[in-house]
Design a binder for this molecule. Structure first.
Ligand code: NAD
Length: 459
């Protein structure tokens, strides 16, 4: 495979010079071809997501496939505007010149993606890369192998390998790809691997975007509408069985509301994810991706319980179906491992506070999260939380939905990520903003050239 990668990389390095001259219509045609190829393979994508993660067709449609159609349509509609050079104002040193910003393609880009939304997390950056006029090599996750294989087939059908090429494989393959002098690397995955990717990029001084993970806190103050909070959090936490980078990771709630919230959360979860006879409805509830992650989540629950935490809801795992029931943990000891790492599963720890400042201080003791959610009806309180914390993105009185608006940048901050994606932000991520000054015949540079005697008046 290494020989094939080397020859594809070389071919893309040559082809990037042709692509850089592509106009909006040519790029739009490529995006349309990609959309048609996805449409032609829709059934297989649904089957692959069912097989990899037990995702229902509806969940796959809204979180993976329709999401990507929307991203393609948005890029097609706006690409001509995005590509247009931007006029900027003049300065005293270039008073007679025209000043412009050109968006030039980065060149040959590497896109590495994870398994949790295996289709959209590979396709969304690819759409931006194509829109910006780049070549790309794709490395989807080996853990969602069925989806990775269909992605590679979709790509083969609509691109020459000298333009976009897809390789299936694991960390070893990633490591080799990362050693090549790409023009940009776009990595989505864990914070731990993000550090490895950044080190590898540093060796070639390759620019990079890191879309990472972390613990996204969800704050509920005493003014919050608990019914709304409980149902939105139940949906946001348990979509894809908690294996969502921006899932509410843990709850920080005013102590007076803890019991009421637990009851409302249980009831919302039952309505959404259980049958009328009280069975967990596996048709609407994803499985844990593999045995290793299943064991990891079970170990987080046992560790918390061993250290004194309580389980007022759930706590059961079924090995055969790789399913962990929706679970709540309360009375968490400070040293519980579950508060030290991203949970990435259907377990919701609840921590109480008396004053909002305690909650803010706890959030600020942890790494800056990818998302922070606030449930409150108090406008001043909401501003207080926003201004005194940092996060990649935030929803007030909702969860997850900020990811679905391509007019908003999506990304993390420090240990939850670097750079952003979606819509024009994705286009800019895969472009170099090149400063261009067109000097006019009337230029006045003589004013600042030496000799400097008698030029004091210019200042
Ligand atoms: P991961 O970091 O283990 O793997 C991601 C990709 O990196 C895979 O393609 C994998 O093959 C590759 N990889 C693994 N080890 C590597 C190594 N040592 N060197 C080079 N490449 C390596 O992540 P995952 O388990 O697939 O995904 C879950 C993580 O991704 C969570 O932390 C989640 O929060 C994060 N995530 C972030 C976003 C986002 O948009 N910010 C979206 C989804 C998932």
């Amino acid at each position: 495979m290494i020989q094939t990668i080397n020859s594809v990389f070389k071919a893309q390095q040559a082809h990037k010079y042709t692509l850089r001259n592509s106009n909006a219509t040519q790029r739009i045609n490529k995006l349309s071809a990609l959309k048609s190829s996805i449409q032609a393979h829709e059934k297989e994508i649904y089957a692959a997501l069912q097989s990899d993660l037990r995702k229902s067709e509806f969940e796959s449609a809204i979180t993976e496939i329709i999401f990507i159609y929307a991203e393609i349509d948005f890029a097609i509609k706006n690409l001509s505007d995005w590509m247009r050079p931007v006029k900027v104002g003049k300065t005293i040193t270039a008073l007679t010149a025209k000043n412009r910003i050109y968006y030039e393609p980065k060149g040959v880009c590497l896109i590495i993606s994870p398994w949790n939304y295996p289709f959209q997390l590979l396709m969304a950056p690819l759409i931006s890369a194509i829109a910006a006029g780049n070549c790309a090599i794709l490395k989807p996750s080996e853990l969602s192998s069925e989806t990775s294989s269909i992605i590679c087939r979709i790509i083969e059908k609509c691109f020459e390998e000298s333009e976009v090429s897809c390789f299936e494989g694991d960390a070893e393959l990633s490591t080799y790809l990362l050693s090549l002098p790409f023009d940009h690397i776009f990595f989505t995955g864990s914070t731990a691997v993000g550090k490895i990717v950044m080190e590898a990029a540093a060796k070639n001084l390759t620019s990079l975007t890191l879309e990472l993970g972390g613990k996204s806190p969800t704050l509920i103050d005493e003014t919050a509408n608990l019914d709304t909070a409980a149902s939105k959090i139940a949906w946001g936490k348990l979509t894809n069985a908690g294996q969502t980078c921006i899932a509410p990771d843990y709850i920080l709630i005013h102590e007076s509301l803890e019991q009421a919230f637990i009851e409302k959360y249980k009831s919302a979860v039952h309505q959404m994810f259980y049958t009328k006879s009280g069975e967990l409805n596996l048709d609407s509830y994803a499985k844990i991706i593999n045995k290793k992650h299943f064991n990891r989540i079970e170990a987080l629950i046992s560790d918390a319980v061993d250290k004194g935490a309580k389980i007022p809801f759930g706590g059961n795992g079924d090995d055969a179906t790789q399913t962990i029931t929706p679970t709540i943990l309360t009375a968490l000891p400070e040293n519980a491992n579950i508060m030290k790492e991203e949970i990435f599963g259907p377990v919701l720890p609840i921590i109480t506070f008396k004053k909002i400042e305690e909650a803010i201080s706890l959030i600020n003791k942890m790494d800056k999260p990818l998302a922070l959610y606030i449930f409150s009806q108090d406008k001043k309180r909401i501003q207080q939380v926003i201004k005194n914390t940092s996060a990649g993105g935030t929803c007030v009185n909702d969860v997850l939905i900020h990811i679905s608006n391509p007019k908003l940048p999506f990304g993390g901050v420090n240990r939850s990520g670097l750079g952003s994606c979606h819509g024009q932000y994705g286009f800019k991520t895969f472009s170099h903003e090149r400063a261009i000054v067109f000097q006019s015949k009337l230029e006045m540079s003589n004013l600042i050239y030496p000799p400097y005697e008698k030029k004091g008046w210019v200042l």
